[in-house]
Design a protein around this ligand. Sequence first.
Ligand code: GLU
Length: 552
Amino acid sequence: MDYKYLASLLFKEDLKSIEEYEEIYPPRNLKEGAQVTRIAPSPTGFMHLGNLFGAITDERLAHLSDGVFILRIEDTDKKREVEGGVETILKVFNRFGLNFDEGATLGKDNGNYGPYRQRQRELIYKSYAKHLVERGLAYPCFCTEEELAKMRELQAERKENFGYYGKYAKFRDCPIEEIIKRLANGESYVLRFKSMGDAEKKVYHTDLIKGKMEFPENDQDIVLLKADGIPTYHFAHVIDDHLMRTTIVVRGEEWLATLPIHLQLFDTLGFKRPKYAHTAQLMKMDGGSKRKLSKRKDPELSLDFYHQMGYPVLSVIEYLLTLLNSNFEEWRKQNQGVSYEKFPFSAKKMSVSGSLFDTDKLNDVSKNVIAVMTETEVYDLVLSWAKDYDEEFYNLLSSDADYAKNIFAIGRGGKKPRKDIACWNEVKSYMGFFYDEIFAPDYEFPENVSKEKTLEILEEYKNIYDENADMNDWFEAICALSGKIGFAPSTKEFRDNPDKYEGNPGDTSMVLRVSMTGRQNAPDLYSVMKILGREKVISRLEKAKKYIEEAK
Ligand code: GLU
């Protein structure tokens, strides 16, 4: 058959030759070992943890090697696309501080290897498709949906492999006259690859994560261009990653099943195969067994969740790094205060089976991250979170920045900073009691102290309270007050003679803590009182007293 003639029938547009494209997108001039990676999300409007998981891997591999990190938009599936999908992708990646060297942006694409949106690359795919037709390696297939469904039924009946291959590849050797006739009739067709693969033979692959693997060769005449001329994932992946000169393709392990197709296309087109890193699925424990994270059941799969909860970006990244590279945690312990960018990230250290997502662990990591921030950093981040999610709290925080920063400074700095905040949505309940406007005490006074004594403490403390006392004097006063009301005057005295006293300075402090903060568990009481200041301290002693008296 005259394949060139066939190609000219199928492709009427004025297409560049593939040699021209090779010149437009020449091999990159990068230093030895530099990696070119890309993240290739579809604009479905839903950004999930897997996207970020992959993106961090790509970003680290590229930037640690002085390579190039690309954002490519895979918008070939119109059905799944939502309006604003690209904006969502850019917004979310930007939020996580991922810096692309090339790719789609809100404005013009950035880089010399674009366009970076697949729908704008239609003519490129067509050039390569035409080239394959000219070589007798691709052909039009006019099968209808019904015919394909029938074929499946037959294959099921015969217990044969599904798909379009061998004797089932109806249009593989269709005479040109018939093709001409069908084209003249305006029949719709897809363009299929003419596979020379043999499922009895093996194809070998060494994955950067999974190691050595082998698969049967692909013998399916897969679709390259759909009826509307838009490429399938398989074809677009091979053309794009060749022309963008990607050196490592990081993608989910669900693509392993079709890897033989991709390897075959790279080989057939004479392209150098990229390396691949197939990442394991994110899993979670559910009732004693592992399962994949699900969009329906697990809000934490969505990247929006972290924004809503107010997890600092760094917490999420550091947490994902603990999942990505098993030695990250150890490194982090030994390199406190060092940016994660200095960590020698390696694809080889990535988990071969599923990575287990664990919220408790995320919270731990996040507490560590927040614990070493300055109060100003915390203030700025909480404020920006509250601006989006809690207007009342935002107004309180911004009404007096110094007051808020003093609160955030409690237990900060020093060798053993407090680790009590995991995400910003916890902050209001953690420190809201500092604000009269939202102070909603849940008075639970210590049970071993009688109401009378509790009242006495609240009353007496008013008289001895000195807002200028240093920490020692402040505690001395509490001890003295304890002695005065018949409690042990010191913790030691109480330890030595526990039966002699009804209470001790710890109980006195607890009564004060509950009255100041409205709960038993609160940051350092001395600091709390210092920040509250005289007026609030006195009014809270009175408020608590009133509460007890009324409850009598
Ligand atoms: N658009 C594909 C996906 O979202 C990209 C896979 C790849 O990175 O090649 O799964």
